[in-house]
Design a binder for this molecule. Structure first.
Ligand code: NAP
Ligand code: ZN
Length: 369
């Protein structure tokens, strides 16, 4: 086996009420915070908790609640203009993956006023950001435990950046904040976490520790996700989903995601399908292709489901394929070209020539068309 490392510098606090109990550790980060969030944090109790903690430790803060799903250059530009002179000591990302990713990006931009937005993706162009505190309110992306930030550029391409110094410094992971997620969002985010675990296990960059963690997350999601959508206020199930998604984040922090994620991106940008569902739509087809190169490893991740058909049945019951989207042949051509150039291909087992990629899109398009 080749050499490997496991790295996550984030101090992760986990559990019910954890922000209120442990949030005063933000004191060590300074006296001024920029809080970036969406609209839902004022409805699930998380923003109130955060304000209470920051007031309690005497941290001054501004709240920017303009983050939207799949954060874009446009909103980053706006926030950079608004807070260019604010000079925070730290940035808090409160919400789903979108606000947490946004926090990493705005933190880089405020700390490095000289860089242009596209240079965000080139992590050689800068070497620091303000410390980030991540507080998730969905259980899916794992962004509270990853270095990644996925930002949509001006052409509509979803692209990620991430390096050793873009991990959150602190995370507070409280499953209570996810109780307000409706069933469809619970499914989409939960399937995102499942894809992270499966892809992390199979990535060429995987390692023995990442594999153990990935299997833990896969089994946790298999057990909890089908139940939680019938019992949305079951805190124990919510806690299992939160734990599994944070663990899956720790996995992809080591391995990255595979080309399965790249397949989903254009469906989110151009067809408005949520990230997790868009990614989940391709999982079965991609496992078939990856299985041609690493059959034993694919068999291993499928064991908890009793095989590929079992996984497909679970995804079907969760409603992943229950949508209708018009996909034109021109869409497939341009998305095939995009995926053919995706950097994820390097770490993905299996042979992905343009014909194979096109075929995957055609199959999925038939299924949802
Ligand atoms: P999201 O885009 O952050 O949020 C989706 C929707 O859920 C928004 O409308 C949001 O409302 C709402 N919401 C959030 N928390 C809620 C709650 N507790 N109750 C009810 N509604 C709630 O969704 P996400 O799936 O967590 O994040 C997706 C983004 O993360 C994508 O851009 C994806 O590419 C990225 N991602 C990043 C990583 C990483 O490692 N960094 C990994 C995978 C995906 P408001 O916006 O109004 O608050
Ligand atoms: Zn994802």
């Amino acid at each position: 086996m080749s050499v490997w490392r496991y790295f996550i510098p984030t101090e992760v606090h986990f559990g019910r009420g954890v922000l209120l109990q442990k949030g005063d550790s933000m004191r060590t980060l300074g006296k001024r915070a920029l809080v970036v969030t969406g609209k839902s944090s004022s409805k699930n109790g998380s923003l109130d908790d955060l304000k209470k903690v920051l007031d309690g430790i005497g941290v001054e803060y501004e709240v920017f609640d303009g983050v939207r799903e799949n954060p874009s250059f446009e909103i980053l530009r706006k926030a950079r203009e608004m807070y260019g002179d604010f000079e925070p000591d730290f940035v808090v990302g409160l919400g789903g993956g979108s606000p947490m990713d946004f926090a990493k990006a705005i933190s880089v931009l405020l700390k490095n006023p000289g860089i242009d937005l596209p240079e965000l993706y080139n992590t050689e162009k800068y070497s620091s950001m303000y410390p980030v505190v991540a507080i998730p309110t969905t259980s899916g992306t794992g962004s509270e435990a990853t270095q990644y930030s996925v930002i949509t550029d001006d052409l509509g391409n979803k692209r990620g950046f991430g390096t050793d110094f873009t991990f959150p410094t602190l995370s507070f992971v409280d499953p209570r904040y996810t109780l307000t997620m409706p069933a469809d969002l619970t499914v989409s985010t939960g399937v995102d976490a499942l894809c992270h675990a499966v892809e992390g296990y199979l990535s060429r960059r995987s390692n023995p520790l990442a594999k153990v963690l990935a299997m833990r997350a896969i089994v946790g999601i298999r057990d909890a996700l089908p139940k939680v959508i019938k019992s949305l206020d079951d805190l124990e199930l919510r806690e299992e989903m939160m734990l599994s998604s944070t663990i899956a984040g720790m996995v992809i922090a080591q391995t990255g995601t595979t080309v399965n994620h790249a397949f989903g991106y254009p469906l989110t940008t151009f067809k408005g399908i949520r990230h997790g569902q868009a990614t989940g739509l391709f999982l079965v087809e991609n496992l078939k292709i990856m299985g041609e190169e690493v059959p034993e490893e694919v068999e291993e991740v499928l064991k908890p489901f009793g095989g590929l058909e079992g996984l497909e049945g679970v995804l079907k019951d969760l409603g992943i394929y229950d949508l209708r989207v018009e996909i034109e042949p021109e869409d497939i051509e341009s998305w095939t070209e995009g995926v053919s150039k995706a950097k994820h291909l390097k770490v993905t087992p299996g042979r992905y020539d343009p014909d194979t990629i096109r075929r995957v899109y055609e199959r999925v398009a038939r299924r949802i068309g």
